[in-house]
Design a protein around this ligand. Structure first.
Ligand SMILES: [Mn+2]
Length: 480
């Protein structure tokens, strides 16, 4: 009797969760699926459904765990393999994804969707194997070494902004942003020029940058932008344009998901060149090749320019600094802290960053980790990096004589969140993330005197009718 009651309750909770999922309220759906699982811990369907909701909230580690659990409960449950394949794809583990898509395809040979995904995934695996083969066979010259800017002509029909003697000026930046607002493009010659120059600038810098904010000056920290160019323009409208008097730090994840990533990155790189000592940019987990391949940036660059430029972006992103320390009191990184205690600022400063983010270690954790409310450390819900508790933050701050840390990386409904007794602040600057999350955006301002964080929040502004993920790999829109 008790058992039946629980099964009925689990079913009712599942129905309610499914409704929330349909309304894109994934967080509530996850809670309800979890309650349903408590009532009936042997249902593969419940785990597969929760896995889907985790996929939608970018908790790919949890999504993978749930899909694996669904398969272990019922090896014939095809949806379990579907979900696990999607989790592997999201984590960039394409070979493992292919195995699961093959299982699905064999179980349902007449299912069009299963066939499509299997074929798409095979294509990606083959292409990656091919790319690895040429990387071994040939000593490939980097794009930055082999490109010839002088040979590129600017046609007389071009009406966009011009660099002045190869230099970015304030007038250029204003014209560039105006051109972008009208959905025009920067000439490819100038685009390449900006990329080469900004690469030189970043190359000369350490992995950890020390920033000095004078006592009576304001400093602004922004979080994820994710290709939302019109919201980026709104930040400048609310907080003023960057200048030597109005310095900014953008804390990674400039691109991917939003379909105006090219516009965002050239605007930000332009300001970096204009104000190299008052405009800062840190690497996020999305300034990487696998992320850009899946979440739209690579597709967007290929569509608006060329695959050669997409390759050059990969080279430039490898030189982005990993972390900024403000007035020796506040440490700012995209993801968070580390899998062990005792890491010093010097350890970060000397980290060799000219590479794709590795799967573990200091660089990986700076870009991928998240805070958690519980003490100690846990495996990441994302499947990469770690989760760190308030005690970990406290020990890190004490060890390095810091006041607090600022990080980004997670969407928050108010655009920011103060965790760990106010010592770990999240700032996220992409409002209504992916046009669906309904969150506010936020940025932090502080002055050099007390370094106290002030929060400004704002709603999303309209953008032209190009949907997020419009340039993403077709596998990613197939998350179902
Ligand atoms: Mn991120």
């Amino acid at each position: 009797m008790e058992q039946n009651m629980n099964l009925e309750k689990a079913d009712a909770l599942k129905e309610e969760a499914n409704e929330c999922f349909k309304k894109q309220n994934y967080v509530k759906a996850i809670t309800l699926y979890s309650n349903a699982i408590e009532c009936n811990p042997t249902s593969a369907v419940l785990y597969a459904n929760r896995s889907f909701a985790y996929l939608r909230t970018e908790c790919f580690g949890y999504a993978l765990e749930d899909a694996s659990k669904a398969i272990s409960l019922d090896k014939t449950y095809v949806k379990g393999y579907y979900r696990r394949a999607a989790s592997y794809m999201a984590l960039g583990k394409t070979k493992l994804a292919l195995k699961d898509y093959e299982t699905v395809f064999k179980a349902r040979p007449n299912d069009k969707d299963a066939k499509l995904k299997f074929n798409e995934c095979s294509k990606i695996v083959r292409q990656q194997a091919f790319e690895r083969a040429i990387a071994v066979d040939t000593v490939k010259k980097s794009v930055s070494e082999s490109i010839n800017i002088d040979s590129m002509a600017v046609e007389s029909t071009y009406t966009g902004p011009h660099l002045v003697n190869g230099r970015v000026t304030l007038e250029f930046m204003q014209e560039l942003m105006d051109a972008y607002k009208d959905q025009k493009k920067l000439h490819r010659k100038y685009a390449f020029q900006i990329l080469l120059e900004v690469a030189e600038l970043f190359k000369a810098q350490p992995s950890l940058i020390d920033v000095t904010i004078p006592e009576d000056s304001k400093f602004t920290v922004c979080g994820d932008i994710h290709g939302q160019f019109y919201d980026l323009m709104n930040i400048f409208k609310l907080n003023g344009l960057p200048s030597t008097e109005n310095p900014f730090l953008f804390n990674g994840d400039f691109v991917d998901r939003g379909s105006f990533s090219v516009e965002c990155i050239f605007t930000l790189f332009g300001f970096k060149l204009l104000y190299p000592n008052h405009f800062f940019m840190a690497r996020g987990n999305h300034e990487s090749q696998t992320m850009n391949q899946m979440y739209g940036f690579e597709g967007e660059v290929k569509s608006k320019y060329s695959s050669q430029m997409a390759e050059l972006f990969t080279e430039v992103y490898n030189w982005l600094p990993l972390c900024h320390c403000l007035n020796q009191r506040v440490l700012v990184m995209h993801g968070g802290l580390f899998s062990r205690d005792g890491i010093s600022l010097e350890d970060i400063r000397i980290t060799d960053r000219n590479r794709q983010p590795p799967e573990e270690g200091i660089m990986c954790e700076l870009l991928w980790s998240d805070p958690q409310p519980m003490k100690g450390r846990s495996p990441s819900k994302r499947g990469v990096g770690i989760q760190f508790g308030p005690d970990v933050t406290a020990r890190f701050l004490e060890h390095n004589h810091l006041d607090y840390i600022v990080r980004s990386h997670e969407v928050k409904s108010d655009g920011y969140e103060e965790a760990h007794d106010g010592k770990c602040i999240t700032v996220f600057s992409a409002p209504n993330y992916c046009d669906t999350m309904g969150n506010k955006g936020a940025f932090i301002t502080m002055n050099g005197k007390d370094m106290k964080p002030h929060f400004t929040t704002y709603e999303a502004v309209p953008h032209p009718d190009v949907k997020p993920m419009a340039y993403a790999n077709s596998m990613m829109s197939l998350f179902g």
